[in-house]
Design a protein around this ligand. Structure first.
Ligand code: GTP
Ligand code: MG
Length: 126
């Protein structure tokens, strides 16, 4: 009798998992279309953060000539989405956290708050 009950419970669990899987694959439960997306670009100095921002936005919004010393925020429409891209100042490639200027560290921390309620992605540019 107990064996039958256990088999029944296992079957029930299987059905539940199947239903959840179908729900996740359906339009209602699948990957939602994010119409407003926030992206933060981090990386060492001259890694290509500004260039990557321009690639994401599909036009020249970030200055790739000078160094980005403070956070820069740019917005645009890409692939049917409103995208906010924030570039934070980069760190020296072989520098430690201790040797990185406080000002740069403050800006890096600030960057994530520039696309409220928070970025959907933090991209490390290498
Ligand atoms: N060859 C090559 N050069 C690149 C690439 N991406 C960027 N660059 C060049 O590298 C330099 C720095 O690029 P940026 O995009 O300004 O880099 P960044 O990380 O924003 O630099 P900072 O803001 O100064 O830290 C520029 O002269 C770019 O043209 C790349 O994929 N290939
Ligand atoms: Mg830059």
């Amino acid at each position: 009798m107990e064996k039958w009950r256990a088999a029944g419970r296992a079957e029930e669990r299987k059905m539940k998992v199947k239903k959840q899987r179908e729900f996740l694959r359906s339009a209602a439960g699948g990957v939602p279309h994010i119409s407003d997306m926030g992206i933060v670009l981090l990386g060492n100095r001259a890694a290509g953060k500004s260039s990557s921002g321009n690639t994401i936005l599909g036009r020249k919004e970030f200055d790739t000539v000078g160094r980005t010393a403070e956070c820069v925020k740019r917005e645009g429409e890409t692939a049917g989405r409103h995208i906010t891209v924030v570039e934070a100042p980069g760190w020296w490639i072989n520098s430690t956290v201790e040797l990185t200027p406080e000002r740069d560290k403050r800006e890096i921390v600030l960057s994530v708050s520039l696309c409220p309620p928070g970025p959907h992605a933090v991209v490390l540019i290498i």
